[in-house]
Design a protein around this ligand. Structure first.
Ligand SMILES: Nc1ncnc2c1ncn2[C@@H]1O[C@H](COP(=O)(O)OP(=O)(O)O)[C@@H](O)[C@H]1O
Ligand SMILES: [Mg+2]
Length: 246
């Protein structure tokens, strides 16, 4: 398996006050799976993603990736994409995308162009972030996240700031990229429709402290096209999951 989360709990402490953000989460994610995490605002989704990335230490319980627990080093290729694209404003697209190569002394310049093409930014290599729309900036952030061929891609509401048309486009492209690169994806979202469209499984979290309320399997055929959203089956999944969110 790719990720194994056992009895995970995370508390935040401020003075005498303890606030539990994550409580008793058990979850196994298989290699190559797309799992989305959905739940009410403030329930602990970002906290959970950061625990998986080992950017935070659990209060108790464990997260192991690729069979090796508590050692981030063992996870050679993990990438994270945030809601905000976080591009360097003084670098153009090409130089933003190649940043991870530079930081790791990895010379893979043809990879840079390939990733730029993959996210649909061909022709914009020399544009600066300020010259791009929000959707294009997010595409650049995704290209950057893909540059080192991550086995595990963590995405925290990456398309949350985009309009529906752009979000749909990027959803579709993410599935194409996933098919090519075969990464495992853990994707946090507010949107039930986005969750159903992308996922093999949707993990529904409760209000804070986040516990798993239910895990819904999405058995829609792949490859998925946007037209699938019009189908009765798709809408049934959406309805069913929406009813379970607090
Ligand atoms: N660094 C932090 N210090 C203290 N409390 C935090 C910190 N980060 C998040 N929290 C709290 O943890 C809870 C869950 O936050 P978060 O994981 O960001 O929720 P979500 O991503 O589901 O909106 C919130 O109540 C938030 O205030
Ligand atoms: Mg969040």
């Amino acid at each position: 398996m790719m990720i194994e989360i056992k009895n995970l709990r995370k508390e935040w402490k401020k003075g005498d006050v303890t606030l539990a953000a994550i409580d008793d989460i058990n979850l196994t994610i298989k290699k190559g799976e797309i799992v989305t995490i959905i739940g009410p605002s403030g329930c602990g989704k970002t906290t959970l993603l950061k625990l998986i990335a080992r950017l935070l230490t659990p209060t108790s319980g464990s997260v192991s990736i690729g069979g090796d627990s508590n050692k981030r080093r063992s996870v050679k290729k993990l990438s994270i994409v945030f809601q905000n694209p976080v591009l360097l404003p003084w670098r153009d697209v090409k130089d933003n995308v190649r940043l991870p190569n530079e930081l790791n002394n990895a010379e893979q310049n043809n990879n840079v162009q390939h990733r730029i093409n993959l996210v649909g930014l061909k022709g914009f290599e020399n544009h600066y972030p300020a010259e791009l729309s929000g959707g294009m900036q997010q595409r650049a952030a995704i290209a950057r996240a893909l540059i080192l061929n991550p086995g595990l891609l963590l995405m925290d509401e990456p398309f949350g700031a985009l309009d529906e048309i752009n979000r749909n486009k990027l959803n579709l492209e993410l599935l194409k990229i996933w098919k090519r690169l075969k990464s495992t994806i853990v994707f946090v979202t507010h949107s039930v429709s986005e969750a159903v469209f992308l996922s093999d499984r949707v993990v529904i979290l409760s209000k804070r402290p986040a516990k798993i309320k239910e895990i819904a399997d999405v058995n829609l055929p792949r490859p998925r096209e946007l037209g699938i959203k019009e189908s009765l089956e798709f809408q049934e999944y959406v309805k069913c999951i929406r009813e379970k969110i607090d």
